[in-house]
Structures are given as structure tokens and as C-alpha cells.
Unconditional design. Structure first.
Length: 133
């Protein structure tokens, strides 16, 4: 893993949170994206070299909707950039981590993504992401 790519925060109302985080960072989000397959709307903010992703669930089955029902709003995942997501999935599985999707899927922000089950990572949902060339 190379570095933290972004931190994902689950929010109830993306529009309101966009305003809140724009005040926090002193500048608006630079992109909004809906990932239909995941039932989420996302927006991205930059703070120096760091990125924050806000996520709102758009369906009742969305993992974000379920997360908020269970735990409320807050930090949802930490995403790490990787060069070769398939090799990294295999390596982590060998180490005993539970990978939620063995086949990387298309996530927001032009990335291939895979998630590690929080059960195997001290309660933290970890996203691996590789830039799509
Ligand atoms: Zn993410």
C-alpha cells in the first residue's frame, strides 16, 4: 500500500454536508459522483494533499444507509492507494484478511476498488483503490 488515498465519511444529507465541509475547508467540493451499483452519491474535497469523500446512501439497501442506521454518521472507511489491486488482494487474503469482493469493482473517482471486512481489521473498513489508467 502506498498511502492513504482518501477518508470516507457517511452522511445523511450530502447537500447539507457539502456546505458544512466547504465551510470547514474554506473551499467547495471539486466533484460529485453517483455510483449506482453501490447506491451512493459521493462528493470529494481536497485539503492540502489529502482527500475526503462524503457518501450518502440513495437506496434502503445501500451499505451507507445501513451503516448510518447502525452507527450514525461518521467515518466510514479509510482508502489506501495500491499499484496492483489484484496482487494486493491475493497478498492480503494469504495474510488472513477477509476481502469483501475478490474481484475489484469500479468505484467512484475512476478507481478499481476492493474492501476488507472490518471484522479482520479491528473494526475499520479498509478500501484498496487503484487508479484506472
Ligand atoms: Zn472511498
Amino acid at each position: 500500500m502506498k498511502k492513504i488515498e482518501h477518508i470516507g465519511i457517511a452522511v445523511k444529507d450530502l447537500e447539507k454536508s457539502n456546505e458544512l465541509f466547504a465551510s470547514l475547508f474554506g473551499k467547495p467540493h471539486y466533484k460529485v459522483e453517483e455510483v449506482l451499483s453501490e447506491g451512493v452519491k459521493t462528493s470529494f474535497f481536497k485539503s492540502g494533499p489529502n482527500k475526503i469523500e462524503l457518501l450518502e446512501g440513495t437506496t434502503a439497501e445501500s451499505p451507507i444507509t445501513k451503516f448510518i442506521e447502525k452507527k450514525g454518521e461518521g467515518i466510514h472507511h479509510i482508502a489506501f492507494a495500491v499499484d496492483d489491486i489484484e496482487a494486493e488482494i491475493k497478498r492480503l487474503q494469504k495474510e488472513g484478511f477477509i476481502v469483501l469482493n475478490e474481484t475489484p469493482k469500479k468505484g467512484a473517482d475512476n478507481k478499481l476498488v476492493a474492501f476488507l471486512h472490518p471484522k479482520s481489521t479491528n473494526g475499520v473498513l479498509i478500501e484498496l483503490c487503484q487508479e484506472i489508467e
